[in-house]
Design a protein around this ligand. Structure first.
Ligand SMILES: [Zn+2]
Length: 720
């Protein structure tokens, strides 16, 4: 009896495709196979097998089973669960899960090693080479360098038969981490949290914990103890540490390597494809036991995942907004459930969702109160910009400038924080008032002085800054409005010409290595004033930093979305928390036009409790997360009429379900992106409603026509 294999393909298809199982192949669920699709062969994963009887059309046959081991059942289950949750095709998360499998392998290495034969002629240079070669195989050039001789000497020895060249597969395995190495010395608060986490890990089974501690309280040391416990408990156990920013990975990798005496696997978009392939294969084989990575590491094919740590769990970067839309923190909890693993969410400013789960007892709540070492929390003061405004055309107020001067005079460091890239967020014509916007997108062009271009931060469109206004033709009429980090850098340099000033933003930092260099320079005291976007507000230790100036504390509050206040609070608390670590007292100055706003008052008083209580009460009243659930529908089309028709049909087709309210359609605040018109629906549901099922049922009722595209966003973070 022949069987039918359902094969999931890494494509946005609604379901798995059926193929015939060739005679004698004896497939299993999880097997990776090559399956024909149109004229091509594609890597897919067998998701189900059933009896062939009753299938009424001829099927193509699976072409081959691939060499790689099958995908673990839990990985396959997670992929399917994630698709259902996100109301998307299972091939979308599968494509992320198979990303490493599709990366090219590292090329074999050509190495030189000693044959044991004596060379016909011995010279001091030749002796040095043979001594260096005794240490193990090296590339020819490396060997020459190690021996301090020219490449010709190595070549001569090869010709003489004393050395030989062979190809060697690059190392695929990872060193085994040693959980018994001595960890960092913990203070009392850390020790208590670490002991609690170890207890949770030792119990086994799914459990979630919120590791809640102020900036600098030493959360990393604590969760590394949980990792040690997980690794020690089971020699096959694997640990995943998720980080929101690539810039943070190097520091955490160094700490993991120091703690366990072995390099962890590194996983994010900056990792070269062959290295990614190596991590993917070693995770699947079980030899890579610790992975440090960005959100997509969650989809790696772990054999035995015992612990997931989501560091900086409140960070909005965990939300993937394009392609497969998901929140890595939420999916981390789901994956831990599927794997029967422990998940630890760590933050100094936890999300309201996680705080709510901790308050209601769904998560263990571990609080770290004391700061590591002798450091104190910084003093936080508000600068009321209505009373002490900066000079015209400037952005730093007199109180902040004075504080900077005092700090620099003491040989200490300043961090100026502004979450705005580029030089100026808006360029307009003073002759006709024209605002420079992207040609096919509703967004202002941001001036970048470094590159001399106007850039759309949404689509990446850019153009040289024109000499004349494109609208009225006036010359030298374009003026830069408002500050970005580049402009604040310019101002800092002109105020303190002696100071060493640097900018940290995604436009000036291109990869993880450059980010690390800048962070190390700051940590070593080689920078006096660092002007930074949110990338630098996270997780770094700058021992000589004693003043943080927040250039525009109101910036995040203007977004007007659900999480505006929460996000502003988190960002500013993180930014101000940078000041004054180790033995230096620090202070933070927040420039604001709204000193009476609840967020500013809570920050000034360093009273997170008050902020959270007020924000929770508002959310509860409105039935918003974490007390209710949200989903969004984003429909786009190049044709406005067809888009309107589709949205009207969607509105009429919305299922009538108790506890669910549908708002819209409305023009999206970003009404036009890359030439496509955008409309949105917002859905609010009570906590008990299966919102994914509701959205799936709704979407199935209306089929988009032509170029209309529909995306569903469960638990949206962007409302644009
Ligand atoms: Zn003009």
């Amino acid at each position: 009896m022949s069987r039918i294999a359902s094969v999931l393909l890494p494509l946005p298809l609604p379901e798995a495709f059926d193929y015939a199982e060739p005679e004698g192949m004896a497939l299993n669920v999880g097997d990776q196979v090559a399956a024909p699709l149109g004229p091509n062969l594609m890597r897919g994963v067998v998701s189900a097998l059933r009896d062939g009887a009753g299938h009424n059309r001829p099927l193509k046959a699976v072409q081959a089973r691939l060499e790689e081991p099958p995908l673990p059942a839990s990985t396959l289950e997670f992929v399917q669960w994630a698709a259902k949750y996100a109301v998307d095709a299972p091939g979308q998360p599968l494509a992320i899960a198979l990303r490493g499998a599709r990366a090219p392998k590292a090329k074999p290495l050509r190495v030189v090693e000693a044959t044991g034969l004596r060379p016909a002629r011995a010279t001091p240079a030749r002796t040095k080479v043979l001594e260096a070669a005794a240490a193990g195989p090296l590339g020819g050039a490396e060997l020459a360098r190690a021996a301090g001789v020219s490449a010709g000497v190595v070549k001569g020895l090869i010709e003489d038969g004393a050395l030989t060249v062979r190809t060697m597969e690059p190392e695929a395995r990872f060193e085994a981490p040693d959980p018994d190495r001595k960890g960092a010395a913990l203070n009392a608060s850390q020790a208590a949290a670490a002991a609690a986490l170890k207890g949770i890990v030792a119990q086994g089974g799914f459990q979630a914990a919120l590791l809640d501690g102020v900036t600098g309280s030493g959360k990393t040391e604590v969760y590394l103890e949980a990792a040690a416990a997980a690794l020690a408990r089971d020699p096959q156990a694997q640990v995943l540490i998720l980080l929101p920013e690539i810039a943070l990975t190097q520091a955490i990798i160094a700490r993991v390597a120091a703690r366990f005496g072995a390099q962890p696997g590194e996983w994010h978009s900056d990792v070269a494809p062959p290295a990614r392939r190596r991590v993917w294969e070693a995770v699947l084989a079980g030899s890579c036991r610790i992975v440090v990575g960005a959100r997509s590491a969650l989809f790696l094919p772990f054999r035995k995942l015992a612990l997931i740590v989501v560091d900086e769990e409140h960070d909005a970067s965990f939300k993937q907004e394009e392609g497969f839309i998901y929140h890595a923190r939420d999916l981390a909890v789901a994956r831990a459930k599927i794997e029967d693993a422990t998940v630890v969410l760590a933050s100094a400013t936890p999300s309201l969702e996680s705080l709510r789960n901790a308050e209601t007892g769904r998560y263990h709540w571990l609080k770290l109160s004391a700061r590591h070492g002798a450091a104190r929390l910084p003093d936080i003061a508000l600068v009321d910009l209505r009373e002490t405004p900066p000079e015209s055309g400037r952005w730093l107020s007199p109180p902040l400038v004075a504080a900077m001067g005092e700090t620099l005079a003491r040989g200490e460091q300043v961090l100026l924080f502004l979450n705005r890239r580029g030089y100026a967020p808006l360029v307009l014509c003073k002759a006709c008032g024209e605002r420079m916007t992207a040609p096919d997108t509703d967004s202002w062009l941001v001036e970048h002085r470094y590159s001399g271009r106007l850039v759309c931060h949404l689509t990446g469109f850019s153009m040289p800054k024109p000499a004349a206004c494109p609208h009225c033709g006036a010359h030298d009429s374009l003026v830069s409005i408002g500050p970005g980090v580049e402009r604040v850098e310019e101002e800092a340099k002109s105020l303190f010409p002696e100071a060493r000033v640097a900018v940290f933003s995604s436009d000036t930092i291109f990869d993880a290595r450059e980010a690390r260099r800048l962070i190390e320079a700051m940590a070593a005291g080689e920078i006096d004033i660092l002007v930074a976007t949110q990338a630098a507000a996270k997780g770094h230790n700058f021992p000589k930093l004693t003043l943080v100036g927040v250039v525009d504390a109101d910036l995040g509050l203007r977004g007007g979305d659900l999480r505006a206040a929460e996000r502003t609070y988190q960002l500013l608390a993180q930014a101000t928390g940078r000041a004054g670590r180790k033995d230096h007292a620090g202070r933070a100055l927040l420039q604001t036009y709204a000193p009476d706003h609840a967020v500013m008052q809570a920050l000034k008083a360093q009273d997170r409790e008050a902020f959270v209580t007020a924000e929770m009460a508002e959310r509860e009243l409105a039935g918003l997360p974490p007390f209710g659930r949200l989903a969004a529908v984003i429909a786009t089309d190049v044709d406005a009429t067809r888009l309107d028709d589709f949205c009207r049909a969607m509105a009429e087709a919305a299922p009538n379900t108790p506890g669910v309210e549908v708002y819209g359609p409305a023009d999206a605040p970003l009404g036009l992106v890359r030439g496509r018109r955008r409309k949105r629906f917002l859905v609010r549901a009570d906590r008990g409603v299966d919102l994914s099922a509701y959205m799936a049922a709704w979407r199935a009722r209306v089929r988009p026509k032509g170029a209309t595209r529909v995306a569903i966003d469960i638990d949206p973070y962007s409302f644009l």
